[in-house]
Design a protein around this ligand. Structure first.
Ligand SMILES: NC(=O)c1ccc[n+]([C@@H]2O[C@H](COP(=O)([O-])OP(=O)(O)OC[C@H]3O[C@@H](n4cnc5c(N)ncnc54)[C@H](O)[C@@H]3O)[C@@H](O)[C@H]2O)c1
Length: 352
């Protein structure tokens, strides 16, 4: 028996989904939809998909389609996801779940109403280093965690296309790459509830920094979203998070990502390392992680597709917990509200 999949949005990242599904012997892609005329057809030809549409409703009308990958840009996540769930399809949606909190809430509500799975594409959760970090945290090796720092970005790496447009991407690095760090934080910390956020968001570098060798070739005048965000977040369990994300900064790196606990510190980047006192001395443990080349590890979209399809077959739940996703969405929303207000803001839990 094969699991039959549809793809909604056949732009850049949809190719990674299609290539991954192609590597699963028990999966068939049977339909693809994209609003740009001709785009779904070309995609269908490339991956041998029998049906293609410009209106995703026609794809959703196909009873054979059990599950969909939604690969539209962030501001076009909500409607296809809600419609897919209410049409009885399981959903693998590209990260971030949404650029806006209200969109995330609407999708989570639709999942609850339909009983179908809403699985956000946070593939990094299955990377060997994140899995190893999870085992270390869950073992209790850190003791009581009281502080975490998630810092990530690029000295110069401003993307182009839909990523720079508020009407398509919704926002810049906070929702584009910061969402991964927030999700990893939630995964490792057990999805604590944020209670307040104090943040700054900057729009200056992207618009003014000219291209130099090593740059990604952005056009400064096209940058219409933030390029930097920094936040201090408090949680209801006493944990605090310092979070920084950026597409551009005059720096070789703004510091490691690390969890601090009473018995140990776990550094996530630039390299996984566990710092403790053992044997009457300070010890540093560096877990040995397989490198990125196959067959040591497959392209990260393959395990993501496998995990999603396996969950579809059992009818869910998604192994990417919706609660953790919502907690990260609350932080992203708090960052923009705090930056606009110029002060710390309270985080209110929405009713789902
Ligand atoms: N997981 C990753 O590593 C990764 C990498 C890049 C992008 N992404 C995410 O993937 C998503 C898409 O990014 P992209 O780079 O592929 O963008 P893109 O702009 O290249 O592609 C989006 C596609 O969606 C189509 N589309 C928009 N609205 C539609 C609708 N209503 N119905 C059907 N098609 C519609 C567009 O025509 C376009 O072809 C974003 O959410 C982004 O954050 C994830």
């Amino acid at each position: 028996m094969t699991t039959k999949i549809g793809i909604i949005g056949s732009g850049g990242i949809a190719h990674s989904h299609a290539r991954a599904y192609k590597r699963l012997p028990d999966v068939e892609m049977i339909a693809v939809a994209d609003i740009v005329p001709g785009r779904a057809e070309a995609f269908a030809k490339e991956y041998d998909i029998p049906h293609f549409f410009t209106d995703y409703q026609q794809l959703l009308a196909m009873n054979d389609v059990e599950a969909v990958s939604i690969c539209t840009y962030n501001q076009a996540h909500r409607q296809p996801a809600v419609d897919s769930l209410l049409a009885g399809k399981h959903v693998l949606i590209e990260k971030p779940l949404a650029a806006k909190l209200e969109d995330a809430v609407a999708m989570i509500k639709a999942a609850k109403q339909s009983g179908k799975m809403l699985h956000t594409g946070f593939w990094q959760r299955w990377q060997p280093e994140v899995q190893a970090a999870k085992r270390i945290v869950d073992s209790g090796a850190l003791g009581d965690m009281y502080y975490a720092q998630m810092v990530g970005g690029r000295r110069r790496g401003i993307p182009g296309g839909s990523f720079l447009r508020p009407d398509m991407a919704g926002a810049g690095p906070i929702v584009d790459i910061g969402c991964y760090d927030l999700d990893t934080f939630m995964f490792l910390a057990g999805s604590p509830r944020p209670v307040s956020v104090s943040a700054i968001v900057s729009y200056q570098m992207g618009k003014t920094t000219p291209n130099v060798p090593g740059d990604w070739g952005h056009v400064p005048e096209d940058v219409d979203v933030e390029d930097f965000g920094a936040a201090f977040v408090r949680f209801d369990n006493g944990l605090a998070l310092h979070f920084v994300t950026y597409w551009v900064a005059h720096s070789s790196g703004l510091g490691p990502s690390i969890f601090l606990g009473t018995k140990g510190g776990l550094q996530l980047s630039p390299k996984l390392a566990l710092f403790r006192d053992e044997f009457g001395t300070m010890t540093n443990v560096e877990p040995q992680i397989p490198d990125h080349s196959e067959p040591n590890r497959m392209h990260h979209f393959v395990p993501q597709a496998r995990i999603f399809v396996d969950a579809v077959r059992t009818g869910g739940p998604s192994p990417v917990d919706t609660h953790g996703i919502l907690m990260a969405q609350l932080i992203m929303d708090g960052i923009f509200r705090s930056a606009a207000a110029g002060r710390e803001v309270e985080v209110i839990m929405p009713t789902i």
